[in-house]
Ligand binder design. Structure first.
Ligand code: ADP
Ligand code: MG
Length: 420
C-alpha cells in the first residue's frame, strides 16, 4: 500500500478478471477514424502489459471526449488499434459499454486476453456526472447501471487514469465500493512523484506558468505561492499578458481586446491582487513578441506599438527565464510562453523547453499543450517527469483530496490487499 491505496504488487492477477479504468482521451482525426496523438495510450502500456502478462483477463474502460463540445466525442475503436500496435498483441474491441454484447465479450475472455469497451461516456450516468452537473456520492455511483452490470463480472478494479482522477464519475469512483481495488502503475508513478515534489521540492523551486487556461493558472499560482512551495513564478502567454495589463502596463490594443473577447476580464482584479501580494516572487515578461506581416517583431514594455497583439515573450524575457531555470533545483512548467504552434511566435516556448533540457534541476511538465511542446522541441526524454493530467494535477496542488484517491482509499480500507 502507498498513501493508503493498494498497488498491483498486492494482488495475484492470474486468472482474474480485472476491470481497469484508463485515460486514453486524445484529439480525434474524424476523417481517418484515428487519433491525433497517442501519448496517453503509450503512458498506460506498462500497466496493460503487466496485468495481461500476469495472465489476467483484462477489461479496459475509457472515455473519449464529451458532449460539451462534440469535437472529440467518439468511439474507442482507434484506441484499441493503437494499443494493439504498441504492445504487439491483439486488443479486442466491442461496440458496447455494459450491455449484453459487452458482458458476453467479457465472459468469453481467456487468461491474458485484453478487451477495450466502448466510450464510457456513452452511458448517461457517466456523462451527466461530467463537470458535476449531478452530484452522486460514491455509494450512489455504485448503484449506477455501468457499475451494477460490470462489477459482478470482475474480481479486481484497477484505476490507472490519474489524468481523470479529479472527476467524480461511476467508472472512476463507483467500483471501489464493490470490488478490491488498486491503482495502476501510471497512477502510482504520477501520484508519488507529485506528492513528493509538493512536500519538499529542492530549492530554488521555479514555476513557469503560461498558456491560455487562465483559471487553472491563477489557482495554481495562488496555491504554490500561498504554501511557500514556489520561490519564483515566471509568467508568459495569456497569463503574463493579463498580469501585465492588471498592473497597468501597456501590452497593445490587440492583446487587451483579446482578453475581453475571451471574457477573461474577471481575472484582472485577481491578477492585480496576486501580483501585489507576491511581487517579489511573480516575474512578469520584460518584453513581448508579436507578428506583423507574417514576421516576428519584438518590443520592450515602454515602447509597445499601439495596435499589436502580443503572442509571445521577447528576447530579454527569454534570457532572464533561461538563467532562472538554469539556477533552479526544481522547475515546474504548465502552459506555453506563446502561440508556439506558429513559427514566428514560438521563440519563448522553445527557449523555455530547451532550458529545461539543459538545467540540472528536476523538471516537471504538465498540461496537454505543454506536453505537445516538449515533444515538438524533442526534449521529452530529458525531462524529469511529464504529467499526463493537467486538471488533476492542479486540483492536487490545491490540497483537495481527489475523488478517485478517496475512492481507492475506501477500497483499501474495506477490502484491503490480497497479499499482505
Ligand atoms: P496546457 O495545455 O499546457 O495546460 P493551455 O491549454 O493553458 O496549456 O494553453 C495552451 C494554448 O495557449 C496554446 O494553444 C497557445 O497557442 C495558447 N497561447 C499561448 N500564449 C498565448 C497568448 N499570448 N495569447 C493567446 N494564446 C496563447
Ligand atoms: Mg491545453
Amino acid at each position: 500500500m502507498r498513501f493508503g491505496i493498494c498497488t498491483l504488487d498486492e494482488f495475484n492477477l492470474k486468472g482474474k478478471t480485472v476491470l481497469c479504468r484508463v485515460d486514453f482521451n486524445q484529439p480525434i482525426d474524424w476523417e481517418n477514424d484515428a487519433l491525433k496523438s497517442t501519448a496517453r495510450i503509450e503512458a498506460a502500456v506498462p500497466t496493460v502489459k503487466e496485468i495481461s502478462d500476469a495472465g489476467a483477463r483484462l477489461v479496459l474502460m475509457a472515455h473519449q471526449g464529451s458532449d460539451i463540445e462534440y469535437e472529440n466525442f467518439y468511439c474507442t475503436r482507434p484506441h484499441a488499434k493503437v494499443l494493439s500496435e504498441l504492445i504487439g498483441k491483439e486488443v479486442k474491441w466491442v461496440e458496447d459499454v455494459c450491455g449484453p454484447t459487452a458482458r458476453e465479450a467479457i465472459k468469453e475472455l481467456k487468461d491474458g486476453e485484453i478487451l477495450l469497451l466502448d466510450n464510457v461516456r456513452y452511458c448517461s450516468e457517466e456523462q451527466t456526472l461530467f463537470e458535476m452537473k449531478l452530484n452522486l456520492t460514491h455509494e450512489q455511483q455504485a448503484k449506477t447501471q455501468v457499475v451494477q452490470k460490470l462489477a459482478p463480472l470482475g474480481d479486481l478494479y484497477v484505476c490507472d487514469a490519474f489524468a481523470a482522477s479529479h472527476r467524480d464519475q461511476p467508472t472512476l469512483c463507483g467500483f471501489e465500493q464493490l470490488l478490491p481495488s488498486a491503482m495502476g502503475r501510471l497512477f502510482e508513478k504520477e501520484y508519488v512523484v507529485i506528492s513528493e515534489l509538493m512536500e519538499s521540492p529542492a530549492q530554488p523551486c521555479v514555476f513557469v506558468l503560461g498558456g491560455s487556461k487562465i483559471s487553472d493558472a491563477f489557482i495554481m499560482m495562488e496555491t504554490v505561492l500561498g504554501k511557500g512551495v514556489a520561490d519564483k513564478v515566471l509568467t508568459g502567454g495569456l497569463v503574463g499578458n493579463i498580469l501585465l495589463h492588471a498592473m497597468s502596463k501597456d501590452i497593445g490594443k490587440g492583446s487587451v481586446d483579446f482578453i475581453y473577447a475571451k471574457n477573461y476580464e474577471d481575472y484582472i482584479p485577481k491578477a492585480k491582487e496576486l501580483y501585489e501580494k507576491y511581487s517579489d516572487k511573480i516575474v512578469l515578461p520584460l518584453d513581448l513578441g508579436y507578428v506583423e506581416g507574417g514576421e516576428r517583431k519584438e518590443c520592450t514594455l515602454d515602447s509597445v506599438p499601439a495596435e499589436i497583439g502580443a503572442i509571445d515573450v521577447g528576447s530579454e524575457t527569454i534570457k532572464l527565464y533561461q538563467q532562472l531555470i538554469k539556477d533552479a533545483k526544481t522547475v515546474f512548467v504548465n502552459g506555453p510562453m506563446g502561440v508556439f504552434e506558429e513559427a514566428p511566435s514560438e521563440a519563448g516556448t522553445k527557449a523555455v523547453f530547451e532550458a529545461l533540457a539543459d538545467t540540472d534541476a528536476y523538471t516537471v511538465v504538465g498540461g496537454g499543450d505543454s506536453v505537445t511542446a516538449a515533444k515538438k522541441y524533442k526534449v521529452t526524454d530529458k525531462l524529469g517527469y511529464v504529467c499526463t493530467g493537467g486538471g488533476a494535477l492542479i486540483r492536487f496542488l490545491t490540497g483537495e483530496e481527489l475523488p478517485v484517491v478517496k475512492a481507492l482509499r475506501h477500497a483499501g480500507k474495506v477490502f484491503g490487499p490480497e497479499k499482505k
